[in-house]
Design a binder for this molecule. Sequence first.
Ligand SMILES: [Cu+2]
Length: 146
Amino acid sequence: MNKYEQRAIMVAGSLMGVFLFAILYNAFSRKIDVPSCTPFNTKFEKGQVKKVDDNHYEVYVIAHMWSYEPGDISFPAGSTVDIYLTSTDVVHGFEITRKDINLMAVPGGITKKTVVFDQPGKYNIVCNEYCGYNHQNMLGEITVTY
Ligand SMILES: [Cu+2]
């Protein structure tokens, strides 16, 4: 084997090591997780809000033509909310006004976002992906209580 081939193999091997380290570092140290695609997850049999503890909630949202389930979500101010979002039919949007949150509901996939709601009040949920005839009526509401 000539010396340039050996160097190329050494560089490629080193890069693979760097990439593997970057993936493992982000997955375990920085806890960056890739949304899983589990359309048959039992938590998505119906849309629901689950209380994990006093200030931590999990919301399982199912988007479908032309509403969200659950459509009205409520929890106290200061809550950390893990939003898990999926769709049963086409791609929908999930934008929370006043929170700068803009998610995409993909059929068969789960989109996850953790949001902290510090301020009490009402936050509208709107679909911002054109999804058909009644797209403009696809709305929801989050109420953050005192
Ligand atoms: Cu829509």
